[in-house]
Ligand binder design. Structure first.
Ligand code: FCB
Length: 493
């Protein structure tokens, strides 16, 4: 593979990419793009601005970008094993090399800087730090995140670290059945406590686990994500319980071992019911629906109890738990992160449970991933529900973005008009929320770079920056110029 490590594009290149009109708008006559870089954002823009301290960033995860899957004494993860099993991933793609971010992280930080991003959400690979999941530490693994944190801070970018983005140490899957065992939850808390103790002098905010609902339902229920199991209902409910328990135990471990002031919260792909037509009845029904549709995850984390409907529908297959477990699961958090991709519409009905999910029409538009329908209203309703139902007063959109089918044009640029459309619509709805005082503090666009998209391998592209997988050359797409302009103005352009 060719080494294409270069200085990479600058902010000036992105301004050029945004178009001649933007350049003229932003620069003093004849002063060129440098002046545009230094110029402050345009004056107050009444309708479409975000709060002054709003944080704009991008998000990635370890397995999807790092590569170096067995370097520097890293342990095997369930995703290494799963992707190495023929037939599991489209084209049998693996994350063995991925984007080689492990070696090219400095170039990637420069890309973030060129965007003007203020923050970055990445994940720490548990088996890099503890190859067996527990026991012996691998200092070289931790060093990588140490260097990454320094590089980010040196470039004025605030790191947010996710402690679990699905790459469970394989050895825990082999020895205790992974999330089927309570021991995995306690091992996770030990690892979380250790990492936060070592890095919280520079990393001030941690997400515990990413998308409980996805890795549990698809990894242990439907068998489509690692570790590829199809457990019966009672065992699956126990997995769900251990995942939220791990979150609570990790919150406690971070509180006791990290530097004072370190903040922590979950990053969940909330199923946020959107009132299909905004009537008072449908809004109330959407709130009820949101509580129930998240009963095994966000609801129990924020309320400290499983809803009656959740327990009665599970019947004899309900998870085994204690009151202490519930207290732990609901340990107070500093913020709630939500990943928002695809809509769920609901409306009121007269019969119990008082709501129903409205099916999507056959022609409902989608993005390039088969699961991703278009529904920008979710960016308004998801944070709105968090505030209204659970009184959450610090919210991050920990992921939002879209998969597209990109091909570079003759000038090597990807003109991803669909991603720009998606972002403009989604951010318009998010702006509606913040304008009403919904306490959203920041937005992490998924993703900085095209990357390994789980089952889809490298076939679906989510990045602002295009990757040529033959050379790993990084080239910002037109959407990078759009997002950079959003950040610069702190408003919708
Ligand atoms: C989310 C995952 C993330 C990425 C996006 C497209 O569900 O958290 O890793 O794959 O979807």
């Amino acid at each position: 593979m060719n080494d294409t490590r270069t200085a990479g594009p600058s902010r000036r290149d992105l301004i050029k990419l945004a178009g001649a009109g933007t350049l003229a708008l932003n620069s003093a006559p004849a002063a060129g793009a440098q002046a545009a870089e230094e110029q402050a954002a345009p004056g107050p823009c009444t309708a479409r601005t975000f709060p002054a301290d709003f944080l704009w960033g991008t998000a990635t995860s370890s397995y999807q970008i790092e590569g170096a899957w067995n370097e520097d004494d890293k342990g095997e993860s369930i995703w290494d094993r799963f992707a190495h099993t023929p037939g599991r991933i489209r084209n049998n793609d693996t994350g063995d090399v991925a984007l080689d971010h492990y070696h090219r992280y400095k170039e990637d930080v420069r890309l973030m800087k060129a965007l003007g991003a203020q923050t970055y959400r990445f994940s720490i690979s548990w088996p890099r730090v503890f190859p067996q999941g527990t026991g012996t530490l691998n200092p070289k693994g931790l060093d990588f995140y140490d260097r990454l944190a320094d590089e980010l801070l040196g470039n004025g970018i605030e790191p947010f670290a996710t402690l679990y983005h699905w790459d469970l140490p394989q050895s825990l899957q082999d020895s205790v059945g992974g999330w089927e065992s309570r021991e995995t939850a306690t091992a996770f808390a030990d690892y979380a406590g250790y990492v936060s103790e070592k890095l919280s002098d520079r990393i001030k905010r941690f997400f515990t686990l990413n998308e409980f609902a996805t890795f549990v339902e698809w990894g242990y229920g439907a068998g489509q994500l690692a570790p590829g199991l199809k457990l019966p209902r009672a065992r699956l409910n126990q997995v769900r319980h251990h995942a939220v328990l791990a979150h609570g135990l990790a919150v406690q471990a971070i509180r006791s071992r990290a530097k004072p002031g370190t903040q922590v919260g979950p990053a969940e792909n909330i199923t946020a019911a959107v009132p299909v037509i905004e009537t008072a009845e449908n809004i109330a029904a959407a709130e009820r629906a949101t509580r129930e549709l998240n009963a095994g995850y966000l609801t129990v984390m924020l309320e400290g109890r499983y809803t009656d409907a959740f327990l009665s529908s599970a019947g004899p297959d309900a998870p085994q738990f204690t009151d202490d477990d519930l207290k732990t699961i609901a340990s107070p958090v500093d913020f709630v992160g939500i990943n928002v991709y695809t809509p769920t519409y609901a409306r009121a009905i007269d019969a119990p449970p008082g709501y129903e999910v409205v099916p999507l029409s056959k022609s409902h538009p989608r993005m390039a991933s088969s699961w991703q329908f278009v529904g920008p209203e979710s960016l308004y309703w998801a944070p709105k529900h968090l505030q209204k139902i659970w009184n959450v007063n610090e919210i991050y959109i920990s992921e939002n973005g879209c998969g597209t089918d990109d091909t570079p044009a003759a000038d090597s640029i990807v003109y991803d008009s669909d991603r720009i459309m998606f972002l403009r619509n989604n951010l318009t709805m998010l702006q509606r929320a913040v304008a009403e005082g919904v306490p959203v503090r920041g937005y992490f666009l998924w993703s900085l770079l095209d990357n390994f998209e789980w089952l889809d391998g490298y076939g679906t592209r989510f990045g602002l920056v295009h990757i040529d997988y033959a050379t790993l050359k990084r080239t910002p797409k037109l959407s990078a110029a759009f997002y950079s302009e959003v950040i610069r103005r702190n408003a919708l352009p």
